[in-house]
Design a protein around this ligand. Structure first.
Ligand SMILES: [Zn+2]
Ligand SMILES: [Zn+2]
Length: 267
């Protein structure tokens, strides 16, 4: 059993029969739980700035159609005779403190309380088969690399109609070619030549979407930072938004054209 399931995605330390789902009535029947699945979703800066809807095909264990997940052929189920359907067996042992009652999981039915008389031919009694599901994931704006979202019940289906595992979605952030991100702020390195910085100019700066023209004042020094308010990335679960910080780097050309020489002479 474990072998079949461990091939599906990462299993997060959940044992195969993760939740022990004991009912408060003390029935003690075990509820099977499907394992969690983990997938990575790649997002670019535009996805992160706006939020994105991603449709992802996930390979996972799904309920068997033939038996509707029960694992049995038709209604070929019977209550376990060993534990009378309780899933646990009680044993009385004599100790020096007197008689003690201990309970243990019924080995005959693995704690499920019922036994399949006739197994489903499609899933061989597991109630689950390998399949795939296309899942629509709404990624909120402002997420960052390594963040993990979880969709409850979208993981592997459990054997014989238990509780589905969860789908864990890990954000993988694609780097932007020109804009660097630090939290909610974006950074852009802008190179202006010496003559333009001295005389003032306007330059185009890339935004998450489109471009912006910004003015470089005459006499701008290298190292100056221009702030474009609200042109950064939104804060997750908030209305706040970061800025785009443009670092001005003035570079001095090794040779000047006669025009540039004239311009500098005019300053
Ligand atoms: Zn089946
Ligand atoms: Zn039993």
């Amino acid at each position: 059993m474990d072998d079949i399931f461990s091939q599906f995605g990462d299993i997060f330390g959940d044992s195969f029969f993760g939740g022990r789902g004991r009912s408060s009535g003390g029935g003690g029947r075990r509820v099977n739980r499907g394992t969690n699945l983990r997938i990575k979703v790649k997002l670019n800066l535009q996805d992160i700035a706006n939020g994105a809807e991603k449709k992802i095909k996930v390979n996972k264990m799904v309920a068997c159609n033939t038996c509707s997940g029960s694992g049995a052929k038709g209604t070929a189920y019977e209550s376990c005779k060993v534990c009378n359907g309780h899933g646990v067996v009680s044993r009385v042992t004599q100790t020096i403190l007197g008689a003690m009652q201990t309970q243990s999981t019924c080995s005959s039915c693995s704690g499920e309380g019922k036994i399949i008389k006739d197994k489903c031919n499609t899933c061989h009694g597991d109630g689950v088969v390998r399949g795939e599901e296309t899942i629509t994931i709404n990624m909120p704006a402002g997420v960052a690399d390594g963040m993990q979202l979880s969709m409850s019940g979208k993981g592997n289906a459990a054997v014989r109609g238990g509780v589905n595992g969860d789908l864990l979605i890990v954000v993988e952030e694609e780097e932007h070619a020109e804009l660097k991100r630090d939290g909610v702020n974006l950074f852009y390195d802008c190179y202006v030549n010496f003559a333009d910085a001295a005389l003032g100019t306007s330059v185009e700066v890339p935004l998450v979407e489109g471009k912006a023209k910004i003015k470089i004042e005459p006499g701008t020094q290298s190292g100056k930072v221009l702030r474009l308010k609200g042109k950064g990335v939104p804060e997750i679960n908030s209305y706040g938004r970061g800025d785009l910080l443009v670092n001005i780097n003035v570079w001095t050309p090794t040779s000047l054209s006669s025009d540039e020489k004239k311009n500098i002479g005019a300053i």
